[in-house]
Design a binder for this molecule. Structure first.
Ligand SMILES: [Zn+2]
Length: 152
């Protein structure tokens, strides 16, 4: 018996927040389990795949590689930098739910087919598992990051 992967990704409600309640709860459960056991149980992994599709696995890879860094500046700004598989650095903002990668632009913004890309998902997972690398930057550096003018 093969279970067909039906791709019914219709989301109800137009006034949804960045994440549906089911996703919020999933991250909460992951956080709780990871705090207690430093592992994500199989049922939660399956739920992750169910809610986020293939990008769940890619995001978990990014988490394993500790690819997520939280930059914070003295003035209290925060941005997340995720090193993608190709070594490219993506700056994501949870506060405005944005990632500059092509997948986010096409899948999330244009076609409204997904909730988020693997980078943003990786940020949420790293936050839930408390494995985000922390880095303090100056306000000046943060401005450069926010305006996308940071050097390589
Ligand atoms: Zn992305």
């Amino acid at each position: 018996m093969k279970s067909g992967s039906a791709r019914s990704k219709k989301l109800c409600g137009k006034m949804r927040t960045f994440l549906p309640a089911v996703a919020e709860q999933l991250f909460g459960d992951i956080q709780k389990n990871y705090e207690e056991t430093t592992q994500i149980p199989d049922d939660l992994l399956i739920a992750l795949k169910f809610v986020f599709g293939t990008c769940a696995l890619q995001a978990l890879d990014l988490v394993d590689q500790r690819s997520v860094t939280c930059l914070s500046s003295p003035s209290g700004r925060k941005a997340f930098q995720v090193t993608g598989g190709s070594g490219r650095l993506y700056t994501c903002f949870l506060s405005c739910h944005y990632c500059p990668c092509p997948a986010f632009t096409y899948t999330v913004l244009r076609r409204n087919q997904g909730l988020l890309c693997k980078h943003i998902l990786a940020v949420y997972l790293c936050q839930a598992m408390a494995v985000t690398q922390q880095e303090s930057v100056s306000d000046q550096q943060m401005s450069a990051v926010l305006s996308g003018t940071e050097g390589p």
